[in-house]
Design a binder for this molecule. Sequence first.
Ligand code: FAD
Length: 814
Amino acid sequence: HPRVVVIGAGIVGCALADELTSRGWHDVTVLEQGPLFATGGSSSHAPGLVFATNPSPTMTAFANYTVAKFARLDLDDRRCFSAVGGLEVAATRQRLHDLERKRGLARSWGVRAQLVGPDECARMWPMLDSTRIRGGLYTPDDGLADAVRAGEAQARAAMARGAAFLDHHTVVGVERGGGRVRGVATDRGTFPADIVVSAAGFWGPAIGRMAGVEVPLLPMAHQYAYTAPIEGADPPPEPETVRPLLRHQDRDLYFREHGDRIGIGSYAHRPIPVHLEDVAEPGTDASAEMPSKLEFTAADFEPSWRDSVELLPALADSKVEEGFNGIFSFTPDGMPLLGESQRLRGFWLAEAVWVTHSAGAAKAVAEWMTEGRTSTDVHECDMHRFEDAQLTPAYVTDRGKQSFIEVYDVVHPMQPMQHPRPLRTSPFHQRQQEQGAFSLEGGGWERPHWYEANAPLVRPEDEAAVRDAWASRYHSPVVCAEARATREGVALYDMTPLKRLEVSGPGAMAFLQRMTTNQVDRRSGTVAYNLLLDPGGGVRSDLTVARLDDDMFQVAVSSNLDVDWLYTHLPDDGSVVLRETTAGTCCIGVWGPLARDLVQPLSGDDLSHEGFGFFKARRIRVGHVPVLALRVSYVGELGWELYTSADLGLRLWDTLWEAGRGLGAIAAGRGAFNSLRLEKGYRLAGTDMTTEHDPYEAGLGFAVRLDKGDFVGRDAAATAAEREPRRRLGCLTLDDPAHVVMGREPVLVGGRPAGYVTSAAYSTTLGRTIAYAWLPAEAAEPGTDVAVEYFGEPFAATVAAEPLVDPQMARIRR
Ligand code: FAD
């Protein structure tokens, strides 16, 4: 087995050593600059609250695993976890309403959760002024982790299997050679290694610099304070805490007991970024014993103290006795950084992980290393999820601060970042602004969601769905009008942010055959829909492969993770060249029954169905612009994706726009796009299916050619093809046309949570909402009555045969 060096013996490094050694990788050395196991890092003073429920199923799974593992750990006959439960109180009507949604999330991911009234909250926390709150969400399985002892318990288990933990070893360099990591240098000698994992917490960027790897996290301080002993607090003996953990998110506060004192954590203060140069080096002076603890800035805490007294009036007789500004990591999207660097093979990150998720994240990294895949999907945590433009220090700082502010905010699933914007724009940006684009953001791109200029197309029925305040956000009836205009006329969609690669060279065909599921060896000028599987047969992503020439392909992928995955698997003989072309090019989707009427007059090329068939690719001219045209459609209509270089983009847009005037062509946004793709049953990788799902249960078996020869994930896919799926991605329609859901809601079968919604959108064509959902196989039969729980209310829904619109493909193939 490879020699592994882990940098950092915080909760993550300890958990990782345990998870690796328990999988048989015994040659693990953990290097720690501080003492063991109160090392001086964030874990040493984390109050250890574990709240499992999270909008992300991955994070919830990480937390569930951590809780289950910690509950089994003890150290010298003392427990490392107390399942005291969690209580989130709501002081505002908006928060109370949101707790209903949160309970829904808990039910979607299989966490026990229950809404309780103010009196019940006060019963659990007698100090609570129940008149200040409207209710709460009680989660009995949440609890309190003792991170230092849980770390040590896991470290001891690892040591028993051969791992070594070395204190007072400061890593000062990462040794490299031949594109691989070779070991680390410390102040006490070098340690050769085949794999180096940075589990250095908020010091991650410093280790990253040693390795030449960008680590997009921002160390920030977060305030934690202890009250003086509370009169009549009646401290319990063991466990240390008996009352549930308490969160008061309307004021960005949380509370736990410490004997007869209360600990208060606050996210209400200004963001306080910390420069690594200002963090004490361990061992240099007394304060450096706990380098992650900075001096308490009392003025920052004052409003939080007032809010605490308001919620817990008994605190009025107490005071803040001591406090500190504790440092930990914030990433641009609030998610961890996991995975192996594509730039430096063998160099891994396991960073920006809370105590809450520590064991689950460590398990995922250990599986990833030892088996090449994870049992829990980790695409949201993969270190390669960011685009280049999202790795600048300026971006990481701006976004890191925002993640701090949002820790306890009610964040809408569609809420875009506000700053820095606009960051990336397509060549059509100016025209989109002229059309009144309402844009959201994705991967740094401005992405028009609808265009106000289309408001005159709205019909009364477009407002038939009754949207509450939540579902109304980031929505306009114009979305419906744009969807209808696409089905009835023709619309221009900006597809520029869709990532694309040029794959070329004598080995290109064989490479793509090996990486993807469908037949790539087709005649030049043919497009194929494909999947990328992981070695266990799980769906990593989907992509379209256009063969432009014998040795030249254009590949459209979903995200940076696909690019990374393909790069990682490139043969090293130079026979394949992979080049990302997204930034220098652009793309317009021209779709709708009138698409041919729009484009043909602009081109001397034959665009008839006979001359340019479905799923074909050709280089044509549109007016003055040479384009690559792909006859594909994500919205299920006749039309093309037209690609050209960025310099010609505006000209292409204007040419199409001018020609479309007489046809009533419009520009349409992502809102319409999403609705139309669901009408056609086109899945969105990462949302509708992930590596946790095989292609057959996801309804994508048609894209897998088991007989084409070997490819990544083939054996596992062959096994999956043989078995009867236990669950399926099914298509639901909500019975009441007035009902709307957003995604991630639990699906109830026979009144019980049995699945969850992946994507949903109101369908203008059907006049009701479509929801794709994971369901037990027996419930996935068309006609089955189910319910989707939206803010606590069960909305009746029916499983439908899919696709709902144009199953014969008559609209596309003509
Ligand atoms: P650390 O514990 O920081 O470990 C990293 C280790 O790497 C350190 O021991 C460090 O000394 C070592 N190291 C760094 N550089 C080097 C080097 N060059 N050579 C050798 N060793 C090196 N999370 C929760 O889940 N619940 C909470 O309630 C909670 N509350 C928090 C409250 C506060 C005040 C703070 C600050 C954090 C809180 N967190 C909480 C977050 C949580 O503490 C951290 O996310 C978690 O502890 C990080 O663990 P880690 O192992 O990645 O990092």
